[in-house]
Design a protein around this ligand. Structure first.
Ligand code: EPZ
Length: 432
């Protein structure tokens, strides 16, 4: 069983280069099937979630050619199915973007209900509300294999026609899925109360580079004039806001001094501002930020919000920093209803965190100590890595497949920044 083994106590220093954004790549890869020709995508992160999306495309018939580790050419023309293979689609949440993309491409989609991180209930009612407004019908299909009930969603439309869609909650996934279908609908679609995350703007830019007409992405009203055809495009994915934020917090938590390169500082504003509240210094350059910190972090309170609020995908990492702060902090998780599972693991390291409902109360301690931990989801795993880097002694982290879903070359990047971290094969205590 592979684990990460970390000897804590080193201050991070030097430079860390940020990869392409996972959540942007997860929507841009399915969006390619809306094109009539080959698309070339650069800055694609080399992570398992993206490998899974590429596998789905290949299984559907697309021709995929990796030019190098992070540049891929995708020819969607040979795809002649409306089905994303369920055994692959079920493994990854991003696969539900094939619902919107296939609906836009062929007016028909069948996709298994997605897996992904267990961070709370993950309904898709707003996606379906959007598809219905465009003229599609949907049905759930249940099948049982080896006593396991699998659920898929089939969406079909004779004709897709633009409409006004008001989202009842601000949802990234539904905003994206509706955009994917609407760019190939007849007429104009308006999405109100749309999500404003940087990767929604990135998707709009990619779609527009294929000849789509998407306006207003990055605001809460997105207007899409549908097009019959979209052409080929060359596109480079934005840097990963959350990967950058994770290393910013790691730099601050270890009392280090790190230049984080290949970022868009504007995307990091909410993270920067919270780090500054804790006493860290953040200096912004054109496409990099330098984070340094000395002494004990100050306490602060955080409430997770849709963009431009503080991202939920950064709250576990901040919880580690605040575990070491000089006072009591509160984190209010307002997006997901089950995103504090990591707390139990951090307690094994001496963190003092109490969770009541959607609020974690963190009483800062002077130091954490090494422990044997298990990642409970992607960002929780990243938080445990930061905790291991700060702790006295050795920390091991199991279930690292979660971390590998979203962090390219994490071990190598941290090693170059002076961390003592390695991937090792260790027996699982449960097997001893
Ligand atoms: C995306 O998930 C990200 N995943 C998540 O990243 C991220 O935590 C989340 O956005 C919020 O920023 C991907 O991009 C693949 P939502 P998504 O739809 O799209 C409710 C990571 O660590 N909701 O914005 O699934 C929902 O229950 C991850 O990289 C409905 O009620 O999130 C939640 O409370 C994990 N009905 C809220 O909206 C719907 O139809 C936000 O969900 C859809 C969502």
């Amino acid at each position: 069983m592979d684990k990460l083994q970390i000897i804590g106590g080193n201050r991070l220093s030097g430079e860390i280069e940020i990869s392409g954004a996972k959540n942007a790549a997860l929507e841009i890869i399915p969006a390619v099937i809306l094109s009539d020709n080959v698309c070339r995508i650069e800055n694609v992160p080399d992570i398992t979630d993206i490998h899974a999306m590429i596998e789905i495309l290949i299984a559907m018939g697309a021709k995929v050619n990796y030019i190098d580790r992070t540049t891929v050419e995708i020819d969607p023309r040979p795809i002649d199915t409306y089905i994303a293979p369920s055994e692959l689609a079920r493994n990854i949440r991003g696969s539900y973007y094939f619902l919107g993309a296939l609906l836009g491409r062929s007016r028909h989609a069948l996709v298994a209900m997605p897996g992904g991180c267990d961070i709370g209930t993950r309904p898709i009612d707003q996606h379906l509300k959007g598809f219905t407004a465009l003229g599609a019908n949907y049905r759930y299909i249940r099948d049982t294999v080896d006593d396991v009930v699998n659920i898929s969603v089939e969406v079909e439309a004779k004709k897709l026609t633009g409409d006004n869609i008001y989202l009842d909650v601000v949802t990234v996934g539904a905003t994206i899925n509706i955009m994917l279908a609407a760019v190939r609908a007849d007429g104009i679609t308006v999405i109100e109360n749309a999500a404003r995350e940087p990767h929604i703007v990135d998707l709009a830019n990619f779609l527009n580079s294929m000849g789509a007409d998407v306006r207003g992405a990055g605001t809460d009203v997105i207007k899409i004039r549908g097009k019959k055809h979209l052409h080929s495009a060359d596109y480079s994915i934005i840097p990963d806001q959350i990967e950058a934020g994770t290393y910013m917090v790691a730099a601050a938590a270890t009392g280090g001094n790190v230049l984080i390169r290949n970022v868009i500082p504007k995307h990091l504003e909410s993270i920067t501002s919270k780090l500054e509240e804790t006493g860290a210094e953040v200096v912004e350059f054109d496409d990099s930020v330098r984070v340094s910190a000395a002494g004990r972090p100050h306490r602060c309170n955080i409430k997770t919000m849709p963009h431009p609020g503080f991202p939920t995908d950064m709250q576990p990492q901040m919880a580690v920093l605040l575990s070491l702060a000089d006072g009591t902090s509160h984190i209010n998780e307002s997006i997901w209803d089950n995103r504090f599972k990591y707390v139990e693991e951090l307690r094994k390291m001496g963190a003092k965190i109490e969770v009541r409902g959607n609020v974690a109360q963190i009483s800062g301690v002077r130091s954490l100590y090494g422990a044997d931990l298990y990642a409970t989801d992607l960002r929780a795993g990243a938080a445990m890595v930061i905790a291991g880097l700060c702790a006295d002694g050795e920390t091991t982290i199991g279930k690292i497949h979660y971390i590998e879903r979203g962090y390219e070359c994490l071990t190598e990047k941290l090693l170059r920044a002076g961390a003592q971290i390695q991937r090792v094969s260790l027996p699982d205590p449960a097997d001893l």
